[in-house]
Ligand binder design. Structure first.
Ligand SMILES: Cc1cc2nc3c(=O)[nH]c(=O)nc-3n(C[C@H](O)[C@H](O)[C@H](O)COP(=O)(O)O)c2cc1C
Length: 219
């Protein structure tokens, strides 16, 4: 039991958002396990309001990339113009690095990589189900952890699904009935490189004791 606990926590720690992939394909066996882990996720009232579209065809992946690039570019340009982005990058002292980051974000290229992933999974949720955003998130996290346990890499993308205009384009293209919303794209492949861990807020600043703000952990 001790060993299961260790392995499980290691998978949680090893999971990273992977945006660069090798040419190695995801096997059908692995893909089925990933999708099965989504099916096993909890959902409010066990509604299971999710549906998944597996996208492997290069032309279809290119379409996702095109939509993702436009949506992401528009969103980050908005953030840049409203100065939200400048506030977010306040801590970055190197002006050249900051400029490069702004350029990359506003270009939309941050979401265009989906065409390079072997498989993309479109995550749909029934609009009429109130808990669908939470249900689909639980299913997605299950998939991400399974991906990691298989030595594969994935990225959860929401940016391409935020703007209704992009969502409509994707829904028409993939023939998604109106009763569903597209919540996310999960890009999956074999990691070309494993990124270092992104910073996390320390437990002492996250966890409170009985009342908000009361220390639970000293460190
Ligand atoms: C709800 C949600 C939406 C996200 N949307 C995007 C996205 O649109 N594009 C992207 O490249 N990464 C996206 N990510 C990945 C996050 O950027 C990533 O999880 C975060 O920076 C922490 O890095 P890590 O996953 O490697 O720990 C998203 C993650 C979550 C949970």
């Amino acid at each position: 039991m001790e060993e299961t606990k260790d392995i499980f926590f290691q998978v949680i720690k090893d999971r990273r958002s992977i945006r660069k992939y090798t040419d190695r394909r995801v096997s059908e066996e692995d893909l089925r396990l990933i999708l099965e882990s989504a099916r096993q996720a909890p959902s409010g009232e066990n509604a299971q309001p999710w549906r998944f579209i597996v996208v492997k065809d290069q032309e279809n992946k290119n379409f996702l990339s095109y939509v993702g690039k436009n949506g992401s570019g528009r969103r980050f340009t908005g953030e840049f113009l409203s100065k939200q982005m400048q506030t977010r990058f306040e801590g970055l002292q190197d002006e050249e690095k900051k400029k490069a980051a702004f350029k990359k974000l506003t270009s939309g290229n941050v979401s265009a990589f989906v065409s390079e992933a072997d498989v993309n999974i479109l995550v749909l949720g029934k609009k009429e189900v109130w808990d669908a955003p939470f249900d689909t998130s639980a299913a997605i996290e299950n998939m991400l952890l399974t991906v990691t346990s298989l030595g594969l890499g994935a990225c959860w993308l929401v940016a391409p699904c935020i703007d209704i205009r992009d969502e409509i384009k994707m829904k028409n293209y993939f023939q998604v009935p109106d009763e569903f919303k597209i919540y996310a794209i999960i890009a999956i492949g074999t990691p070309a490189k494993i990124a270092g861990p992104r910073p996390r807020i320390p437990l002492k600043d996250l966890i409170y004791n009985e009342k908000f703000g009361e220390t639970y952990y000293e460190a």
